[in-house]
Design a protein around this ligand. Structure first.
Ligand code: TLP
Length: 360
């Protein structure tokens, strides 16, 4: 991306750091299907330790991490309870249903990204031949579509307790668990104390080019490795990319606090603009979701006009748009972004909606 474009579409757009590129060049590699890639082995061991889990497996993406986790917990016809705004439910092509026959049971996500645990408990199936068998509860931390909210420690503990009381497993879509840990000032391992599995991404805020890690107990990871193989996800000299992941988990976690501060600054600035609504206090990490309430401009038009000003961000349905801060976004970029918003909103026609909608 040219240095004067501010790309707020996602933290997935981050490019590897110089240290990552160096580590990739120097990576010791081997055939990982034989368990012989020392760099992959190191990434898996280090990540498992950071997450307080017995074992881990390196996968190509967050989507694959969630998929093989769900397929390792659930068989065909089993049910998984998850949020109606969960990435697994919204954005993964229903892969666990399509490929694994796992039945999703969505519960409405609350604004803070949590699921009401009473509703979750009510959704757990009793013994009855009409019903699928509930096996899994999945939560997302931080919660993407709920604006990057960090699910609090007490909630994570309670969700695990509830799952275990009913003989279920708790999976955490921790694509941005690192952000949650930094925002809550608690270790990732502590956040996951009651979780049975987690998928964490290396390729979002941590800026590694590729990859996610799934962690859990040894037996779960044994199954997850099998599932990775069946979905075609086993890699060979993957140490080349794992090396960047190691730099990510060792050097790039603490700095996420800078992304959070920039996101907050963006939210505070946006809240001052007519036609934009957002409550800055709800911005806890790197994701800023706001609503456009303008007589004429649609989110798609706002996004297109901002693009002309060198600012990229995504409409995400209804009146909502999403901006995500990351390693390549500076505090000065936030000021430039806010200035671009001001220009676009000032230039937008203020005509009445009825007239605009009469043609076409
Ligand atoms: N999310 C992407 C898009 O798919 C929406 C983004 O730009 O935020 N879990 C969560 C919570 C995610 O936000 C994502 C990516 C994933 C899983 C999937 O990760 P990848 O893209 O590596 O498959």
């Amino acid at each position: 991306m040219s240095s004067n474009v501010i790309d707020l579409r996602s933290d997935t757009v981050t490019k590897p750091t110089a240290a990552m590129l160096q580590a990739m060049v120097n990576a010791e590699v081997g055939d990982d299907v034989y368990g012989e890639d020392p760099t992959v082995n190191r990434l898996e061991a280090m990540t498992a330790e950071m997450l307080g889990m017995e074992a881990a497996v390196f996968v190509s993406s967050g989507t694959m991490g969630n998929l093989i986790s769900v397929l390792s917990h659930c068989g065909r016809g089993d049910e998984m309870i998850l949020g109606d705004q969960a990435h697994i439910f919204m954005y993964e092509q229903g892969g666990s249903a399509a490929l694994g026959g796992v039945h999703p049971r969505p519960v409405v996500n609350q604004a803070d990204g949590t699921l009401d645990l009473e509703q979750v408990e009510a959704a757990i199936r009793g013994e009855n031949e009409h019903f699928p068998i509930t096996r899994l509860i999945a939560v997302e931390n931080t919660h993407n579509r709920c604006g990057g909210r960090a699910l609090p420690l007490a909630y994570m503990d309670a969700a695990g307790d509830l799952a275990h009381q009913h003989g279920l497993a708790l999976h955490v879509d921790g694509a941005r668990l690192w952000n949650a840990a930094v925002a809550l000032n608690v270790s990732p391992a502590r956040l996951l104390k009651n979780a049975d599995s987690v998928s964490v991404c290396l390729s979002k805020g941590l800026a590694a080019p590729v990859g996610s890690v799934v962690a859990g107990n040894k037996e779960f990871i044994r199954k997850a490795r099998r599932m990775r193989k069946v979905v075609g996800g086993s890699m060979r000299q993957a140490g080349v990319i794992a090396a960047a992941g190691i730099v990510g988990i060792t050097e790039m976690v603490e700095r996420l606090a800078d992304d959070h501060a920039n996101a907050k600054q963006l939210a505070v600035g946006l809240a001052r603009l007519d036609g934009i609504s957002i409550v800055p206090a709800t911005v806890e990490t790197d994701i800023v979701i706001f609503e456009l309430d303008h007589p004429v401009l649609t989110p798609a038009q706002l996004s297109a006009s901002l693009r002309e000003q060198g600012v990229l961000l995504n409409p995400i349905g209804g009146k909502r748009l999403r901006a995500v801060t990351h390693y390549h976004v500076t505090t000065e970029d936030i000021q430039r972004t806010l200035a671009a918003f001001e220009r676009v909103l000032a230039d937008a026609p203020q005509g009445d909606v009825a007239k605009v909608h009469t043609y076409g």
